[in-house]
Design a protein around this ligand. Structure first.
Ligand code: PDD
Length: 278
């Protein structure tokens, strides 16, 4: 497997980052996960725009954004990934420097890592029958809109879900179900699709915006607002969206069924439309 690191293409085993990299010391960096369907990169531009927003927010002076698409394409070629499913992983950190909280002065070059690897999609049954979720307190910081590699709260939440036999952990903040550990959340109340507004409390998913687009196209009413934890079981449907998750029904939360415990018609319409887009 060939990866890209700081201007070089090299075997994964030979890719090395200094121990003083600020990604290692401070989680001072950003990442993107992008999906590849049948050898073709899906929704590259919005992912790169989000990365650009993150770089601006963290004041990381990386100027090579335009090269990332061609690098990803070359990695797909070099790794024989021009058919089937894959993911592109991009990580940019502030670079390596002796440990001090404030930015290195003078600036150091950012560390840039890109990998393309085969992706095994989740079982079809997850999409057809739905998955389970648990709720957990949202212990994250309040800039969840920045896709930093500081994912420990997400890691712990996702592990808790896994140990509970669930697919996803849903973060609850002040009585509101915000999003998943690695996906956004949608609920259907009556005929209306509800999802938490794009704000500092969620990562505004690329898949989330595609779902909103699809809903507009299909004439499904949308309200971007809170999903109250104590009204979760009044929802007719619940589903997750994400790059690897796609559009996945949630049929049980904390051991209790959502509606009749089966994926609902709105979710299924959106799933179909999403499949058509890819
Ligand atoms: N996670 N919310 C969180 C907290 C996420 O980590 C993700 C994505 C999403 C969905 O965003 P998108 O539709 O752009 O993938 C929402 C990626 C896939 C990950 O960490 O692996």
């Amino acid at each position: 497997m060939l990866v890209y690191l700081n201007g070089q293409y090299l075997p994964l085993e030979e890719a090395r980052v200094p121990v003083e990299d600020r990604g290692f010391l401070f989680a001072d960096g950003l990442y993107e996960v992008i999906r590849v369907y049948n050898g073709r990169i899906f929704a590259l531009e919005p992912h790169l725009r989000r990365l650009a927003d993150g770089l601006r927010a963290l004041r990381i002076g990386f100027t090579g954004l335009d090269e990332l698409g061609p690098i990803a394409e070359r990695l797909l070629d070099e790794n024989g990934l021009r058919s089937g499913d894959a993911t592109i992983y991009i990580q940019v950190t502030r670079g390596a420097a002796p440990r001090a909280h404030a930015f290195p002065s003078p600036d150091v070059p950012p560390t840039v890592y890109v990998a393309a690897r085969p992706f095994t999609p989740y079982p079809a049954a997850y999409y057809e029958n739905g998955v389970k979720a648990i709720t957990v307190p949202d212990t994250r910081w309040t800039r969840c809109d920045i896709k930093t590699v500081a994912l420990i709260a997400n890691v712990l939440a996702n592990q808790q879900a896994k140990e509970a036999g669930a697919f996803e952990a849903l973060f609850v903040r002040d009585g509101v179900v915000i999003e998943g550990s690695h996906s956004n959340l949608f609920a259907v109340f009556g005929d209306t699709l509800v999802t938490y507004p794009a704000s500092n409390y969620i990562l505004a998913g690329i898949t989330r915006s595609i779902v909103l687009d699809i809903a507009a196209e299909l004439g499904i009413p949308v309200r971007q607002g809170p999903i109250l934890a104590d009204q979760l079981f009044a929802a007719g449907e619940l589903f997750l969206s994400g790059t690897t998750t796609e559009v996945m029904p949630v049929v049980q939360v904390d051991g209790r069924p959502i509606a009749d415990g089966r994926p609902g018609p709105v979710t299924q319409r959106i799933q179909r439309a999403f499949r058509e887009r890819i």
